[in-house]
Write a protein of this length. Structure first.
Length: 277
């Protein structure tokens, strides 16, 4: 069922069942008001660890903590009634062992009300994904450009070109086999994204991938033009809210300095206006 027709949030199995159907729509969110704006339009909303860069001014996602994800997860959950919420597992909260991953995933779900968690990694994380899924934690996987690994990937480069394509396909097959209900494909060549989408039984969610993926995701502040520090090629700006906000703030500053704000309609009289007879 499409997001606009739905009254309640889909379950991970509903998302999985959309393989090959109407494309899944998703965005990131970090706050209640933004979650409210997207609730009727998105199938799922991701509380991404991009929150660290987008809202907290961090240089990468590596400094994001469990506490940040829980705080933002709780805020987003208050704004959703029709979209499923997925929360990112932050760097160093799951890589050590399946048991560590379970402890932190269970905490994220219990304290935020998330319907699923997302974690980065393919073949290397397959055992952990299977461990979580077997214990009631639905997992969305994330392969290709995995920003938590920038120090080993050597930056935010396109992944899976040339000989690396087969490794990326193996990653996708491993996470599907391990029980992930969907997989994010970030910054991979279009033909490879289409190949992966055709090869695995779970939905692929593209970001810098292909329109042929089973769904798409973008960082909301990127597509609204609120985050302007840089713009990846794969981002389409649907609005320029950052520019509009700055212009509004500049107008406010001018009016305050010129004593044009507050105007008569913004201030209070000493006595109540006479009641109409
Ligand atoms: O953290 C995030 O926002 C993400 C998306 C880019 C998929 O993982």
């Amino acid at each position: 069922m499409s997001a606009t027709a739905r009254k309640t949030a889909p379950l991970p199995d509903d998302i999985r069942a959309r393989k090959g159907g109407e494309p899944l729509v998703s965005l990131t969110a970090y706050t209640t008001p933004m979650a409210q704006l997207m609730d009727a339009h998105c199938d799922f909303v991701l509380v991404g660890d991009s929150v660290g860069m987008v809202l907290h001014g961090l240089e990468s996602t590596l400094g994001v903590t469990m506490e940040m994800m829980i705080l933002h997860g709780q805020a987003v959950k208050r704004g959703l009634s029709r979209a499923m919420m997925v929360v990112d597992m932050p760097f160093a909260s799951y890589e050590e062992s399946p048991a560590q991953a379970y402890r932190n995933a269970a905490r994220l779900m219990a304290e935020t009300g998330a319907g699923a968690v997302k974690l980065e990694g393919g073949v290397a994380m397959a055992e952990t994904i299977a461990f979580l899924v077997a214990r009631g934690v639905p997992v969305m996987a994330h392969i290709g450009l995995t920003p938590q690994s920038i120090n080993t990937l050597g930056g935010y480069k396109v992944q899976g070109r040339g000989a690396a394509a087969d490794r990326l396909l193996a990653d996708a097959e491993a996470v599907a086999e391990a029980g992930a209900f969907a997989v994010v494909l970030e910054k991979v060549p279009e033909t490879l994204a289409d190949r992966v989408t055709g090869a695995i039984p779970i939905p692929t969610i593209g970001i810098g991938a292909s329109a042929g993926c089973d769904g798409q995701i973008l960082v909301v502040d990127d597509m609204l033009g609120l985050f302007t520090a840089f713009k990846p090629k794969f981002v389409k700006r649907y609005a320029t809210l950052g520019e509009q906000a700055e212009a509004a703030i500049a107008d406010y500053a001018t009016e305050v300095r010129e004593r044009r704000f507050p105007a008569p309609e913004h201030v209070f009289a000493d006595t109540l206006p006479e009641q109409k007879k």
